[in-house]
Design a protein around this ligand. Structure first.
Ligand code: F6R
Length: 606
């Protein structure tokens, strides 16, 4: 979603802001803009479309010399992408950029209209900036406190007051915002990658906190306006982690980073051959007592939860429910005593997931977060966190974050199975040994990328595609299908292989592409029967199975053979060619792989 940056220092702010915004492009946006404290007053420059359009507009104005300013990439919510609707928005005294939604903006607009204000855009943000103006009393802090007390909704804001050209302000509620500490310069941003080129030292603003940023000082105030101390954190992500490093796209780079991400996530959690999650409260005693698990997440993270459910139920014999966060939060879920809620999120900022977390806690559930971004809202609100060590994921389509989420869920399942005595210590150790082979095996799968590229070239013109599988393969096919849809814009559906004939098989005609996943020994023959059903109706089939299994003749047009591996862990291997298939389909179809249309990386609105 929208990206926010702010700069106060000695460099030319325009260049720094564009540079920082470019590192937030991955969040998704459709217009961009900056506001600069020039000697002549505040100058606002905006452009619809990609950041390079804004950069060109700024380059055409070499006279811009401001060393203080704010910038924004907008993902349209209220009003179409246009120069008028894009940020910054201005009023007589105040200029600001906003990430989030002001829910009571219509009411506020009525009040402002009756006080003589006029509006040019369709946005809730223009209402907000005029409300700031209405409340402005010469004191920025008091104005911020008063204005935000009248506002309902979510916001991350960077604000400039015309009368205070040496500073910018930042404030947040439910939308992420950090401050970055430099030498003779300071920053505001929605996310760490924006700042890595300039500084690694940062603090995360808490709900309601206000940051006053000048070139030599950052003062943080609490929600009542009292100065407060803030812990300084150091980002351990390096600049390369947020660069493409020779890969054509971030998505390809991140797919190739999976062996390393897996190793970083799994190996610190193995002690004496046994999984040890290093989470104080997840004692064996506690894991023995858990009666049910709720896994709650959105999108790809929810699909990881589906694989986790299959693993936990199979290995631990504990019932697991998986919920889409936006459904969970409004369905009044039943959470009993000794039930654990597991919240999965790459960004740690997904609004629906965060709301689901708060609801689970309010219902008395213990909450375990599985999160990639250290210090993010979900990490901080959870009772305990297991961090996935994927490093920054920049491409909108999640790949490495999904894989490490799976790894953590398998580790949890194994530890729980040991604690509950559904698996012996020897058996758990044998599984762990297998798990440690994973980085190497993913490397092997990546070496076969050319075959996947070839398959994509054979299917690139299709309009619809089906993914089939049973059990683990069904859970994975949901993710394969989502990956394809989101970046290549090819419609696809994932089906439990046995379910197709209950209706959907009517869509299979001569040439319909089907990707069939058959990596599980116990249901291999059943899945092959289902594949035969579509094949005999003319489907063009790519079959994914383990090397060496015997596949009946004429069942598939193409076979992708995967390394022979412990079958419960197969989703972590099979995911890789599915990601590559989606990637190459998108590339061949000329799509903007890293920034698919209409999508945002971090979804901070409902
Ligand atoms: C798809 C994708 C999304 C996210 C979803 C949740 O590739 O990335 O479906 O998985 O928006 O995001 P997080 O994990 O940040 O909560």
């Amino acid at each position: 979603m929208c990206g926010i940056v702010g700069y106060v220092g000695q460099r030319k702010a325009a260049g720094v802001l564009i540079d920082c915004l470019s590192k937030l492009e991955y969040r998704g946006y459709d217009s961009a803009g900056v506001a600069l404290f020039e000697k002549s007053g505040i100058e606002v420059i905006k452009a619809t479309g990609r950041l390079k359009v804004l950069a060109a507009a700024l380059e055409a104005k070499p006279e811009l010399s401001a060393t203080c300013g704010i910038g924004h990439t907008r993902w349209a919510t209220h009003g179409a992408p246009s120069d008028l609707n894009s940020h910054p928005h201005t009023s007589e005294h105040v200029t600001l950029v906003h990430n989030g939604i002001i829910e009571n903006y219509l009411k506020l607009k009525e009040m402002l209209l009756s006080n003589g204000y006029t509006f040019q855009s369709e946005t809730d943000t223009e209402v907000l900036v005029k409300l700031f103006d209405f409340n402005y009393d010469g004191d920025p802090l008091c104005t911020i406190l008063k204005t935000l007390s009248q506002v309902r909704g979510s916001y991350g804001l960077a604000i400039m007051f015309k009368d205070f050209p040496d500073r910018i302000y930042g404030v947040r509620k439910e939308s992420p915002l950090i401050v970055g500490y430099g030498q003779g310069e300071n920053f505001l941003a929605s996310d760490i990658p924006a700042l890595l080129k300039y500084t690694r030292e940062y603090s995360i603003l808490e709900e309601g906190q206000i940051a006053e940023v000048t070139e030599d000082k950052i003062t943080i105030y609490d929600e009542f306006g009292n100065p407060t101390e803030k812990e300084h954190l150091t980002a351990d992500w390096d600049v390369e982690a947020a660069e493409k490093c020779g890969y054509a796209h971030f998505m390809l780079k991140e797919i190739h980073e999976q062996p390393k991400a897996m190793l970083s996530t799994i190996s610190p959690r193995i002690e004496d051959g046994m999984p040890d999650l290093h989470v104080k409260s997840l004692t064996d005693d506690y894991l023995r007592k858990v009666k049910r698990i709720h896994i709650v997440a959105c999108g790809t993270a929810m699909h990881a939860g589906m694989v986790g459910k299959t693993a936990i139920e199979r290995l631990c014999r504990v019932p697991v429910e998986v919920d889409i966060a936006s459904e969970f939060r409004y369905r009044d879920p039943i959470i009993g005593e000794d039930e654990l809620t597991v919240i999965i999120s790459q960004s740690g900022e997904t609004l629906d997931t965060l709301a689901a977390l708060k609801l689970a806690r309010a219902k008395g559930s213990k909450v375990l977060g599985i999160v990639n971004v250290v210090g993010s809202s979900i990490a901080r609100e959870s009772d305990d966190v297991i961090y996935t060590y994927a490093g920054p994921e920049i491409a909108v389509a999640s790949t490495k974050a999904y894989s490490v989420q799976l790894a953590v869920l398998y580790l949890l399942a194994l530890r729980m199975a040991y604690a509950r005595n559904t698996l012996s210590q020897e058996k758990v150790q044998a599984y762990v040994k297998e798990l440690l082979r994973l980085p190497e095996l993913i490397g092997e799968v990546l070496e076969d990328s050319e075959q996947i590229k070839y398959l994509a070239s054979q299917f690139m013109n299709c309009d619809d595609l089906f993914y089939l599988g049973r059990g683990f393969d069904y859970a994975l096919s949901l993710e394969g299908s989502l990956k394809l849809k989101e970046i290549s814009y090819v419609h696809s559906e994932a089906y439990a292989a046995g379910e197709l004939k209950h209706g959907t098989i009517s869509l299979i005609v001569e040439g319909t592409p089907v990707i069939a996943l058959a990596t599980q020994d116990d249901v291999f023959e059943k899945t092959i029967s289902n594949v035969k059903e579509v094949k005999s109706r003319g489907a063009k089939v790519i079959l994914f199975c383990k090397k060496g299994v015997s596949v009946p003749a004429d069942v598939a047009d193409y076979i992708v053979s995967l390394p022979v591996y412990e079958e419960i862990f197969m989703p972590m291997l099979t995911a890789v060619p599915l990601q590559l298939f989606a990637y190459y389909m998108a590339v061949l179809r000329g799509c903007d792989v890293d920034k698919p249309r209409n999508l945002a990386k971090s979804v901070t609105v409902e």
